[in-house]
Write a protein that binds this ligand. Structure first.
Ligand SMILES: N[C@@H](CCC(=O)N[C@@H](CS)C(=O)NCC(=O)O)C(=O)O
Length: 220
């Protein structure tokens, strides 16, 4: 069976889990053996990051590569549009989420302590975050799927991203989607979609666990 390493608290892991579920592929969610920095796991994921996927003897690190691998290996129930233009837009959404939206949001979340805040960094990351949202708004359809008329890998990247942005950004940007019509509509689609409810519940439980853990360690 396919083995996906990581926790559903990670948007990158949730992205791959969503792609596997959309294709009805059975998989096992597992903790990295010995932790993310163990010699054993570094052979699977060279940067010691989750997710990583194991398909028999093949180890696949990096969520973007994992999603593209799942699509190539299991083409039934395609998760990329048929037309090249749609495929490009789906990939742009995934890249913007990966390279600009989540990194800027996570960088800001690490600046939540006002007493130790680097104001210069916060300003720069806020610009990057806003730019990423503008790029998504420009690229996506949200009618209701991110691209085209069915679920794609763009949704697999965006659904967990919308979930995390809502939870980690309020201190800096109270309502990041409201002024962007497509993103606002998309968030409504995500929260109201019955087939996504189980995935979102698992993400919420895993996230609650992280928050509890941080509070207990005094790093909230
Ligand atoms: N570019 C990577 C990013 C993955 C990533 O940053 N994962 C974080 C969790 S959200 C991680 O593994 N951090 C190290 C750790 O948890 O020990 C991907 O797309 O898979």
């Amino acid at each position: 069976m396919l083995k996906l390493y990581g926790s559903m608290a990670s948007p990158y892991v949730a992205r791959c889990a969503m792609a596997l579920r959309e294709k009805n592929l059975p998989y096992e969610l597992a903790h990295p053996p010995g932790g993310t920095q163990s010699p054993e796991f570094l052979k699977i994921s060279p940067f010691g990051r989750v997710p990583a996927l194991e398909d028999g003897a093949l180890a696949v690190p990096e969520s973007e590569v994992i999603c593209e691998y799942i699509e190539d290996r299991f083409p039934e129930t395609p998760l990329l549009p048929r037309d090249p233009g749609g495929r490009v837009r789906s990939r742009i959404v995934s890249r913007v989420v990966d390279l600009y939206l989540l990194p800027s949001a996570f960088a800001l979340s690490r600046q939540s302590d006002a007493a130790q805040r680097d104001d210069h960094l916060v300003s720069a990351k806020l610009v990057e975050f806003s730019h990423a949202l503008d790029a998504l708004e420009h690229t996506m359809d949200a009618a209701p799927y991110a691209i085209g008329d069915a679920m794609t890998l763009a949704d697999c990247a965006l659904v967990p991203a919308v979930f995390h942005v809502r939870r980690i950004m309020p201190q800096f940007v109270p309502d990041p989607f409201s002024e962007r019509e497509r993103l606002a509509r998309y968030e409504g689609f995500v929260t109201g979609n019955q087939t996504l409810a189980a995935l979102l519940n698992e993400m919420q439980s895993a996230w609650n666990e992280v928050v509890r853990h941080r509070a207990a360690a005094g790093t909230a």
